[in-house]
Ligand binder design. Structure first.
Ligand SMILES: Cc1cc2nc3c(=O)[nH]c(=O)nc-3n(C[C@H](O)[C@H](O)[C@H](O)COP(=O)(O)OP(=O)(O)OC[C@H]3O[C@@H](n4cnc5c(N)ncnc54)[C@H](O)[C@@H]3O)c2cc1C
Length: 712
């Protein structure tokens, strides 16, 4: 029949059956298959691989077999309408019934897999069983299904009419060991399909970016439209976040419950790829869809992949917290964010009660900074030789994350302004003297630092809005200007001020100075009486003929903006991490609030499960990007994606919590503070609009270069 040569599933790469390939290697193989063949080919390969994996376990001869597992077992994966029964007839075990939409059954050219592995109801025992039937005899007919979607998947229908089954490989799913084995194999197949779907979504984005760029290049329009740029960033952001989430779950695969992990990835990916493809469809418009068959069939394939990934209600069931005695409360985020053991997380619990009085005065008392210094919190990433903890960035963020559980966004902002910008600037570009004085002082909590960039004329476009200027004089520099919204400004001992030293040179004419608060002409105004982040003292710094010595200069003249811009990546990741942590904290609060009550509306329960999943996704994305940034330097796009996509998702979760909790928020101090403070995540560190613009510029610039060169 030649089936063994025509039905090739490349099982070695898609299953763990004796091949010795790791899960990441198999995922990479699947991704290559999407790029070089189609999503359908991947599904065929995964289905075949799954069947062989199960048959291997059952001790069967694994060659050219496919699977038609019924929906109740696979929860949507390989969504087969199966009504197979296992009966005894003339002393033989035979199967009767029909299975539809079985992938990998039909090969181009009309050949079929020579055996099919199915779930059947064993009439004698009443239990579900796995059976393997040969497709070659008179008693088994196989039909190609006229599928237009997921071409290459090889869907077919199989009718079994008293077909003998391979008795040696019948396995009862009432046997817990077998059920666990089958569930684990299906979970892995689901993970592979999720990776394949994201890969196709990535390709759809690449084709869309190319389309947009070519049209823009020819007509001088389209890419100039902000709505187009922002839609592209949204799609790219969703894809980046989904990719990293899927990989993060893959990395934890051996340690986690595979069914839960696969359900979480499937739920997130199905939603994300659906949204990505719809966004790209909008960007393509009619012309693309009517003339570009690849993009239309990719959209259809992704829709089917979404169905295969599973029914959202069933997947949600896997994510429910079973410990709640059937009550529909979701599990708290499954991850452990262990703060470094050298630091006591108890400090947040200790200071949380003080927040109300600090809030009332819109400030942090000096004693608080000293307390944080003693606890090691003000120099988390600072090298040990300067008195810091020498932690990696991701470890430092996990420490601040703990603080968010108590609603301490203001406090984290105050500490973050020092740790994400002031200290890295001083460490990277300061003189030995500046490092000895300021870095050591800030780390111990004896000194407080602020960074003054923004002015009344705006903070997004510093080149055009900074008016502050510094003139050289014999004794050093004289600075004139006014800075606005300076975090820690009202209490700072040293303020890093960005000023023009050469207005005509634009971005290359800005210089950074470490201005001591006691310098003549430097005035810190009292903290703004704000409604948000009250415990982060924020205010104006006025510099009027402010005289600073020569050694106030940080780094070289003209490099100030370049130094600061490099720190924006760290700041953006910090803001995204705080936003993700705030979302998780809001969910925790909401859970506490609701668990005091009897019963929970099923719609709200479903919403909470979705929100928990999104919070986990945000968290893992930021953590991976930050870890990666330490290992190999930040990919420029990821901090921008974190600041836009993650902040958007987190704010959405927080709004959901506010709505679900309703009026009960009035008696929930921590939740109320988290909700109020969340608004700033889309402002500081770059407003959402400007961050999306910067991301779009990066995405489009690469594509524009290739469009230009191919049109020449
Ligand atoms: C809590 C908090 C703490 C802060 N701490 C500090 C600090 O320590 N030091 C400091 O220097 N600054 C600080 N800031 C200021 C912050 O950096 C600025 O608010 C931010 O950079 C945006 O500037 P802006 O508010 O002046 O808005 P603008 O730049 O005036 O922008 C106003 C609006 O126009 C939009 N916009 C601007 N340009 C574009 C564009 N090209 N396309 C589309 N839309 C655009 C923006 O998105 C925004 O919605 C802080 C702000 C907050 C809220």
């Amino acid at each position: 029949m030649g089936l063994h040569t025509t039905v090739r599933f490349d099982p070695d790469m898609t299953t763990d059956s004796g091949a010795g390939h790791s899960l990441p290697e198999r995922i990479t193989a699947i991704q290559n298959m999407v790029r070089e063949l189609s999503l359908g080919a991947c599904v065929r390969s995964i289905a075949g691989g799954l069947a062989q994996q199960l048959l291997d376990s059952a001790g069967g001869d694994a060659n050219a077999v496919t699977t038609g597992l019924s929906p109740d077992l696979s929860e949507g994966l390989f969504a087969t309408n199966s009504s197979i029964q296992l009966i005894r007839c003339d002393g033989m075990q035979v199967a009767v019934g029909r299975a539809e939409h079985v992938p990998a059954l039909i090969e181009t050219g009309g050949t079929v897999a020579d055996r099919v592995l199915l779930t059947a109801a064993d009439v004698e025992s009443g239990n579900p069983v796995l059976v393997v039937a040969s497709t070659g005899g008179q008693d088994c007919s196989v039909h190609a299904e006229p599928n237009v979607l997921l071409a290459g998947a090889g869907f077919g229908r199989v009718d079994l009419d008293h077909t003998p089954v391979d008795v040696a490989t019948i396995r009862s799913l009432a046997d817990p060991a077998w059920r666990t084995r089958v569930t684990a194999c299906i979970a892995e197949a689901r993970l592979l399909i999720a990776h394949a779907a994201i890969e196709l979504a990535q390709r759809v984005i690449a084709v869309t970016v190319d389309h947009v760029t070519r049209r823009a290049f020819r007509s001088g329009r389209l890419a100039d439209l902000q709505v187009v740029r922002h839609r592209l960033v949204e799609a790219t952001g969703r894809a980046r976040v989904a990719t990293e989430y899927a990989w993060s779950v893959t990395d934890d695969w051996e340690r986690a419950d595979p069914a839960r992990s696969a359900a979480a990835v499937a739920m997130h990916v199905a939603t994300a790829v659906g949204e990505i493809v719809e966004s790209c469809a909008q960007l393509f418009g009619g012309s693309g869809y009517l003339t570009d068959n690849w993009i239309s069939s990719a959209r259809d394939d992704i829709a089917v992949a979404g169905l295969m990934l599973g029914d959202p209600d069933r997947l949600r069931d896997c994510l429910r917290d079973k410990r709640c005695g059937g009550r529909a409360l979701p599990a708290a985020t499954s991850r452990q964010h262990a703060a470094d053991e050298r630091l006591s997380a108890d400090i947040w619990r200790d200071v949380a009660p003080e927040i109300a009085s600090w809030d009332a005065n819109s400030t942090l008392p000096r004693e608080a900074y000293k307390l944080f210094g003693r606890a090691g919190l003000t120099g988390l990433t600072v090298p040990v030789e300067y008195g810091g903890q020498g932690l990696e960035q991701w470890q430092a963020l996990s420490v601040l994350r703990e603080a968010m559980r108590f609603g301490l966004t203001g406090l984290c902002t105050s500490i973050g302004a020092q740790s994400a910008i002031a200290l890295p600037l001083l460490l990277a570009h300061g003189t030995n003297q500046q490092r000895e004085t300021y870095v050591r002082g800030i780390v111990s909590g004896e000194l407080v630092a602020g960074v003054a960039l923004t002015e009344d004329s705006g903070g997004s476009d510093l080149v055009n809005t900074v008016r502050t200027r510094a003139e050289p004089v014999d004794s050093g520099w004289v600075i004139n200007g006014q800075k606005a919204f300076v975090t820690n400004g009202p209490v700072a001992d040293v303020i890093l001020v960005l000023a023009y030293t050469n207005r005509a040179a634009g971005a290359l004419g800005m210089t950074l100075f470490a201005v001591p608060a006691h310098a003549p002409g430097c005035q810190r105004l009292p903290p703004l009486s704000t409604t948000v982040l009250r415990s982060a003292p924020t205010g104006r710094v006025v510099l009027q003929d402010c005289q600073v010595p020569r050694d106030a200069l940080i780094g070289s003249v003209g490099y100030g903006l370049a130094y600061v811009s490099r720190m924006f990546d760290v700041e953006r990741l910090m803001v995204a991490a705080l936003a993700a942590a705030a979302a998780s904290a809001c969910l925790e609060q909401t859970r506490d609030c609701l668990s005091a009550e009897d019963g929970l509306d099923p719609h709200i329960a479903a919403e909470l499960i979705d929100a928990h999943l999104e919070a986990e996704v945000c968290d893992r994305f930021v953590e991976r990007v930050v870890r990666h940034s330490t290992a190999s330097g930040v990919a420029r796009l990821d901090p921008l994606i974190a600041k836009s996509t993650v902040v958007d998702l987190a704010q959405h979760i927080i709004r959901r919590c506010r709505r679900i909790v309703g009026a009960r928020i009035l008696s929930r101090e921590v939740l109320a503070r988290l909700v109020a403070d969340a608004a700033v995540f889309s402002v500081y560190g770059g407003t959402s609009e400007t961050v999306r613009d910067a991301a779009a510029a990066l995405i489009l610039s690469g594509a524009a270069r290739s469009a230009e060169s191919s049109d020449e």
